[in-house]
Ligand binder design. Sequence first.
Ligand SMILES: [Zn+2]
Length: 347
Amino acid sequence: MSNKEQGVNPINTSWVEKLRCCKCRAEALDLDVKSEDKVGVLEGEIKCRECGEEYPIRGGVHCFHIGVDGQKSKHGETWIADEFINLMPESGLYTSHAEWLEKRLGYTPRIAKLVSEYESKFTKGRMLELLDVNRNDTVLDLGCGVGYLTFDLLKRNPGMGIQGVCVDVLPQHVQMVRSRQTDESNADVMAVLGDGENLPLKDGSVNGILSAECMEHVPNPQTCANEMFRVLAAYGQVLISTPNRGPYERFHRIRIALRALLRRDPGPSEDFFDNPLDHKELAGYLKKAGFHIDRIEFGIKVPMSKRILLMFPEKLGMAIINTLEWVLPGSLMGVTTLIKGVKPRSA
Ligand SMILES: [Zn+2]
């Protein structure tokens, strides 16, 4: 494809060069641009030269989702897109975690900020801390939601030429990523509607992968881990955070017991994930895919932090939370797993 002939700006072309056909896996794709805005292609089409499959670009989103709805997983049927859409008010449509806590859960702005900063120390913020990035790296954000991680990554590394590929199965999520790009005049992101078990990316096309709270929704985690391994370049790093099934269930039982003791309604069970993984299972999938496990951390041992903060003055509340964090054993109480894997050279 000649970019000059088609009048495509360079950023669009470099994106398409990372993509491959999901159907036949051919790498030669043609881009037909119908319209652009200031950050990239708005409407157009990507066509596979091999099998002729057509992937539209709609509203700036590269649509590579070929349908995985309602697949059976080990734990039952996973969510279909409609169920994700029903959960949107719970899970998305906010530009930050703090905003979600405030607008959705009714936290005061001050508590929302504190809880969000506290949780981020163990999850998203920690992932960004642990990911080593080099100049001009491409980083895949798998199960990107509305793109918190990618936009934060770019903000933390200004002038480094880092590009983010945001992939999610939910059209509304990737559409929000793309809208935010336009709002912020950010051409360093590609919004892709796609499936983690069949990524539309070439082998070795990204230097790092971030995936926060995504693996617990994937029907076949091994297939997804294999795909992450495939698209990552040698020495590339993967950082995943996901609820840790064992401690999460333990915490849930403690919560129900406490409520029974206080003669309170146990409330609805928290059902935010349909294929929850134990940290050992997650490490197992990554190892089997070929990754070397660099580290496993257990995060958020005090999930009821808001209640603690509301019961005491802020400083005392944080001191109690930090003490509990320090005292409680991670493998028993850490309700999230954060794992770092590295793709060895020899792969
Ligand atoms: Zn094809």
